[in-house]
Ligand binder design. Structure first.
Ligand code: MF3
Ligand code: CO
Length: 251
């Protein structure tokens, strides 16, 4: 069941996502060679709790941390650790969720650590562009798979591949609501997009093949071929005036 949100609910979800984006900025600035992903997690949790909110991922199906920190070949759901130090040339996906006044915010960015290779830089740029194009589809009258179609076309056009095992999702009073948002076409399928729909859109794009393997910890999802993967996510509302990226676009 798809739950549409009122203007007041969108305002609360915007506030939740303002905190998410603040946290992402704070963590991104601290992500330098020698910093551990465990330290980044503590920084995020402190910031979220100081704002009077709660980390959304901690305890979710037993997940042990406030952030997912996914380095290099880790696609998503990397678990922060005090023993994992970032190195010059790494790429780091930082995924953050909060609960604020009963509503969830969820967003992610992939950032360079120190100096990265031109190919890694191109992967980050193309994945960010995939999300940008997806956001443009979030307008009344479009259909759900129009979102995934532009992601797939842009990623594959750049000779990268789209992860199939994980998807974006509706978001609101729960972290994961209907519908699931595949990062794939073909366009023109699924429910019509209507004002008040909020989707967490999260392209996960691999440098090599799309295959995924999961570590023994039951969470860490890596590329099967060991090549790099990037991930960006926004919580985006459909409004009568077009897309609104919550936590980023004021209104
Ligand atoms: N952004 C991811 C998602 O929406 C993060 C979830 S991590 C989990 O699925 F631990 F909460 F599962
Ligand atoms: Co998400």
């Amino acid at each position: 069941m798809i739950v549409l949100k009122s203007a007041a609910e969108l305002e609360t979800m915007h506030q939740a996502n303002v905190l998410v984006h603040e946290t992402l900025r704070l963590v991104a600035e601290a992500a330098r060679p020698g910093t551990s992903t465990g330290e980044l997690d503590a920084l995020a949790e402190d910031h979220i709790r100081a704002a009077g909110a709660r980390p959304a991922f901690k305890g979710y199906r037993g997940y042990p941390a406030s952030l997912c920190t996914s380095v290099n070949d880790v696609i998503v759901h990397g678990i922060p650790s005090r023993t994992q130090k970032l190195k010059d040339g790494d790429i780091l996906s930082i995924d953050c969720g909060v609960v604020w006044q009963g509503y969830f915010g969820d967003a992610a960015v992939t950032v360079p650590v120190g100096e990265i290779s031109p190919e890694a830089d191109r992967l980050l740029r193309v994945t960010r562009e995939c999300l940008g194009r997806a956001v443009e589809q979030m307008t009344p009258g479009r259909r759900l798979t129009d979102v995934g179609d532009v992601i797939q076309r842009h990623a594959e056009g750049a000779e990268f591949s789209v992860v199939r095992e994980f998807v974006g999702h509706g978001i609101g009073r729960s972290l994961h609501e209907d519908p699931q948002v595949y990062n794939l076409g073909p366009a023109g399928r699924g429910p019509e997009l209507r004002p008040g729909l909020v989707l967490a859109i999260e392209p996960m794009i691999n440098q090599g093949k799309p295959g995924v393997v999961i570590d023994e910890d039951g969470w860490t999802a890596r590329t099967e071929d060991g090549k790099l993967s990037a991930h960006f996510e926004y919580s985006v509302a459909v409004t009568s005036d077009g897309p609104r990226v919550l936590g980023v676009d004021g209104r």
